[in-house]
Write a protein that binds this ligand. Structure first.
Ligand SMILES: [Zn+2]
Length: 456
């Protein structure tokens, strides 16, 4: 399918173009951007590069709201949330995983994400028994992506230990466990399924964290994905920083910088607790900081030093992580307002060249996000995938004459769904605010949720 989309305003690396059309070929790649004017077919208001979601554990969407109760001790934190998550995991079978993932991806598209990276660690049955196909649940994530149409970068997770002392996995963690050798077989099984996927599918790898993977496991991951994305949970919790220092002698990001070496293939998820040296080193490395502002706020993780990092040229992407909320505008707003609260100022993430706070956030997250998930997208330009998001322009706040103002108003002030259309590698998956398979995906998800509600 070739395509042409005309728009009143198109955001390109050269700035805004007025009344232009974006053309793409059968392979979903942009062939040209022309000053054709604005015509009736596939005509939209404001056309933006599609946003990549750099970090999601899609199954967690189904437990959104289940961990918002005070526990018996009154001191609830990430670790008590994780207990709820493990209990919830006991209930999920492969059908549930696929149904939830398809719904989450559909909701992502409606929120303006055109592609996502699934950080996938639920590999086995609840008691740790292997499925007949080692990659059963990965296949379900791929199937969800085929039905939602959202571009997928699949990141099977290597999870070997229950902590830095290399204790064995227990309880809810047994679904995650693999040693590097079995993990390599799982990875190869997923790789063999790639030809059944659209051409924009990518496979990467995710050593879960320095808690769960040792040096040998990290090296095994790097060997499997030598030119693909490598994602890791880096420094989410203060307790985890102390453990890493105790066992490895350095803070986690410092250890990764010094001992492993980071580059543009890497994405560090939740590099929340980093000192100034780590911040500058991470920015220089070319790796992407994968930020998940609404989840990090929900879990009480802390605030990433985004102002210093971005000033140093650091690349960022945004992720919906636990999927407690699914909203591009909300992730960007939370990212900015957390900086305002910590720096006691306004428009912290912006610069002289792009004073619009909304546009600065959006462009940096779109470009860094595409890099993080290994996707040739992130900007509307010839040769990139046609990952495109259109904002309505028929509503107050979204119809300002100045297009930067539209972005600022959407991200900081608009209430409601601003996204009218989404294309992922040229696939038109959202039209007039509706997903093409909405009813089917929605009813499957609803029956999974009814099953879970009766079992909980
Ligand atoms: Zn995560």
């Amino acid at each position: 399918m070739t395509g042409k989309i005309s728009a009143r305003h198109v955001l390109t690396p050269a700035g805004w173009l007025r009344d232009h059309a974006v053309h793409f070929g059968e392979d979903g790649v942009i062939t040209s951007i022309t000053a054709d004017g604005f015509d009736g077919a596939n005509a939209v208001g404001t056309l933006l590069p599609g946003m990549a979601n750099v970090h999601t554990h899609s199954f967690q969407r189904a437990m959104a709201g289940l961990a918002e109760r005070r526990g018996p001790t009154g001191s609830d934190d990430f670790w008590t949330w994780r207990k709820v998550m493990y209990r919830f995991l006991d209930l999920l079978d492969p059908d549930d995983i696929e149904a939830i993932c398809a719904q989450v991806q559909m909701d992502m598209a409606l929120a303006g994400y055109s592609a996502s990276a699934e950080f996938h660690y639920v590999h086995h049955q609840p008691d740790g028994t292997l499925y007949a196909d080692l990659a059963e649940t990965s296949h379900r994530i791929l199937a969800a992506s085929r039905s939602s149409g959202v571009g997928l970068t699949h990141l099977p997770v290597l999870y070997t230990y229950g902590g830095l002392d290399k204790r064995a996995l227990k309880g809810g963690q047994t679904r995650f466990g693999n040693d590097p050798e079995r993990f390599a077989r799982l990875y190869e099984t997923v790789a063999q399924a790639a030809p059944d996927m659209p051409g924009d599918f990518r496979l990467g790898v995710a050593p879960h964290s320095l808690r769960a993977v040792d040096r040998a496991g990290l090296d095994a991951c790097l060997e499997l994905s030598s030119d693909g994305p490598v994602h890791i949970h880096a420094a989410e919790q203060v307790k985890e920083i102390e453990e890493v220092k105790h066992h490895l002698g350095k803070r986690p990001v410092r250890w990764l910088l010094d001992e492993v070496g980071l580059n543009a293939n890497w994405c560090l998820i939740h590099a929340t607790h980093i000192d100034d040296g780590e911040t500058d080193g991470l920015a220089r490395s070319g790796a992407v900081a994968g930020l998940c502002p609404t989840t990090e706020a929900n879990l009480g993780d802390g605030i990433f030093p985004a102002a210093r990092f971005m000033k140093a040229g650091g690349a960022i992407g945004i992720g919906s992580d636990s999927n407690i909320r699914l909203s591009v505008s909300e992730e960007l707003r939370m990212l900015e307002v957390s900086q305002r609260l910590s720096h006691l100022g306004r428009t912290i993430l912006s610069d002289e060249a792009i004073p619009s706070n909304g546009r600065y956030l959006y462009e940096r997250a779109a470009a860094g996000g595409a890099q993080a998930i290994g996707r040739n997208a992130g900007a509307i330009a010839q040769g990139r995938f046609a990952d495109l998001v259109a904002l309505r322009d028929d509503a107050p706040f979204l119809d300002w004459a100045e297009p930067d103002q539209r972005l600022d108003s959407w991200i900081f002030g608009f209430k409601g769904n601003a996204v009218s259309d989404v294309w992922s590698a040229g696939r038109h998956i959202v039209s007039e605010g509706r997903h093409m398979l909405g009813a089917e995906i929605g009813s499957r998800f609803a029956s999974t949720m009814r099953k879970l509600a009766s079992a909980l």
